[in-house]
Unconditional design. Structure first.
Length: 161
């Protein structure tokens, strides 16, 4: 019996890790800051899917609330700035432990978490990315800016955490 449970656990782990999650982030041109996609929120729009990719249309405040479920697995993420005419410009991803340059890039990606208590009936699961340049990265991580961002999430979700 113990072997069956062990084999089932290992199989479940490897099948969930082998799933590729294809995601495209469409971000307003010039945006630098924290991006959060908050999942499983009633009365919100689902994420659209095009060519097997989840399309996250990020608003100007960086917070997208959706009724869709969080999907985890191997990441295949693309980031684009989108201007008011719909033109896209790819945003580079800065490799881990590399210094940011003058041009904004994806400084953090693929981070998932929960705001508040995970035991709640509908926890606030989120996916986080950060778009930053050498000039803006420190201010994004300042405590007052993190608190301000979390306050915006509480306001948009009508939830306290």
């Amino acid at each position: 019996m113990r072997n069956i449970i062990l084999i089932t656990t290992i199989f479940t782990f490897f099948t969930s890790c082998s799933q590729t999650v294809k995601e495209t982030f469409l971000i307003p041109s010039g945006f630098e800051g924290r991006i959060n996609v908050v999942f499983n929120q009633p009365n919100s729009n689902p994420i659209s899917v095009e060519n097997d990719r989840r399309i996250y249309e990020i608003p100007t405040d960086g917070i997208l609330i959706t009724s869709s479920k969080l999907e985890t697995g191997i990441l295949d993420q693309e980031y684009y700035y989108v201007d008011n005419k719909g033109n896209k410009e790819k945003i580079d991803v800065t490799e881990l432990n590399k210094k940011l340059g003058i041009k904004p890039s994806v400084a953090k990606y693929g981070t998932v978490g929960i705001y508040g208590n995970s035991d709640e009936q509908n926890p606030l699961e989120f996916l986080e990315s950060i778009i930053a340049s050498k000039k803006t990265i420190d201010s994004i991580y300042e405590y007052k800016n993190e608190v301000s961002f979390q306050n915006k999430i509480m306001e948009k979700t009508n939830r306290k955490f």
